[in-house]
Unconditional design. Sequence first.
Lengths: 436, 293
Amino acid sequence: MKHALSFVAVSATLASTTSAFAQTEIEFWHAFTGRLGDLVAEQVETFNNSQSDYVVTASHKGNYSETLNAGIAAFRAGEQPEILMVFEIGTGTMMAAKGAIVPVYQLMEDAGADFDPDAFIGSVKGYYTTTDGKMLSMPFNSSTPVLWVNRDALEAAGIDPDVDLTTWQKVGDVLSQLKAAGSTCPLTTAWQSWVHIENLSAYHNVPFATQENGFAGLDTELVINGPVQVQHIQAMGDWAKDGKFIYTGRRNEGGANFRAGECALFTESSAGYAGIKSEAQFAFDVRPLPYWDGTEGAPQNTIIGGASLWVMAGHSPEEYEATAAFLNFLSSPEIQAKWHQDTGYLPITKAAGELTREQGFYDANPGTDIAVIQMTTKEPTPNSKGIRLGSFDQIRTIIDEELEGVWAGDKSAQEALDSAAERGNVLLRRFEQANR
Amino acid sequence: MEKRVTFRGIWLPILLVLPQIVITAVFFFYPAGKAIWQSLFIPDPFGLSMQYVGLGNFEYLLTDPYYRGAFATTAIFSGLVTLVSMGCALFLAVLADRLIKGSGTYRTLLIWPYAVAPAVAGVLWLFMFNTRVGVVTWYLGQLGYDWNHVLNPHEAMGLVVIASSWGRVSYNFLFFLAGLQAIPRSVVEAAAIDGARFWTRFRTIVFPLLSPTTFFLLVVNIVYAFFETFGVIHTITSGGPQQATTILVYKVYSDGFVGQDLGSSAAQSVILLILVSILTVIQFRYIERRVHY
């Protein structure tokens, strides 16, 4: 009996290897766990079942930083996957590594695939496209910051839950009212550099860095110490001092406090939707990110966060053909619409957005289209296309450190942002030197 | 007359020490040599190109006030971790040594924290001291103290020191207890008969006789605080707030694996290597003289 079983097992293994032999196998390394990981696995399975020429194997390689490092280490060892997921702030690093990647436009051209970069939403495409319009990596998961509102908390403080929160001036008034009513956490935030420096700059149409935020060259310098940024950080610092803005950490620690109902207002990614919807025991709202009234050109559009898929160099034409097919599959309207609705990430193509609207999702889930509207009402400018810097992950850490100085009351906004720009520029010069 | 064992040939002794030499070469000399070599270059992350910069990486680091600040942070952190973990361990070991009943249970319980990985220990402490929902934070709030290690540099340092020392207390406890039990009872009893009280006995007899153990632990704990506390810092503070808990080894990681600046990271490893060598030499030359074997 035991022998019979093992015989079956062996022949099954043999059978599966022979059938796979005729197929082209490619590897896809990503950074998703939990529900997002399951959804990616589902996408891959759908693709593998939809045709018989290619097999995609998806592997989880840790968080965003770890996945990028795994990809780099693998490339150095000659073991790189075909597709590597890289977070948006790793874009500068990947783009500078010309010998290590195959740009997506090139891949599609070589594979003769039917591929239209204009099908993507402008502000999503822009982040991963060169200044002359060539797409380098395939957008995958993109989100943008919005304002989350705990309606019950506003009501408890005697504030109309439909109160106008479109500008920071109005938010400031509401914070004072909340504080006066005894709220312990009127406002908190996730990803402070992303929301309150990077997106603030784009949203007010002021540069984050010279050379079109780094898109036009490696000789870029941070200009985050301009008047718009300083004014905003100073206001936030004053709110922090008065206990109106509560700082909870550099990542999205504040999400726990908002979902628990402690915080009234919360600036966080639109992709926080799934978590907030499943945990919040109160009525909540999604509002557009506030802007400073009186700043010329505001509100422009916000920029994305998230990741894109990079194709790595050193594989065979057949493998690239498989890669092209898989990437095209991922950006198809049905797959994208489902992804958008399941996760709260943006629909990265216009068709996926329209499909979602037709399916009635926005009517059933009010507020889920705020992020899309916020990103698409205006054509992106060089200041709001995105940010492309080397060592960006570390520059964010520097900004985090300097902002903590402001929240703690140790530094003025001007001092902190001057110092952040100066320290960040040192890293930018190192990166320029390493990639000369 | 000294008794010596001599080998007749040369091959057997070489064979016997070979495993040790091979392990040292593979896991120490090769990586250390590679780090020294890499510290002279600025490479790109993917290894596609390299530029020779001589001592440029060292100059870049040593002119950076934040890097120099990390030396002071490391000194404070290592000093505190060593002091706290050895102090607590010695106190517990002295108490456990005097136990008559149930000493086995106490010892077993005290050894447990050593089995917890540093990163996990970090998460546990972080939970208890979470600024908004931590149980310790809540009790401190009841006492009127507002704990906020995400913004207060001293509290952040205190938290990473406690979290790093906690698991280490077990390790030190084991050695101190063994050391205490090796002290001949007759010596201590003789002192007791002469009228020496506990504290006098401890100061004049026990502690000096324990000095070989203390010295060993001092070296081992400083090396631990320098190199192995990375996981705790990474999970609890990521080096913040501002740069209050950025110790040298954390900076090696963040420059190398977050910033992909391998040249700077390699140069920092070399600086650490030199620093620890100097520390160890100092310990053996000056402190070991005061050790009674």
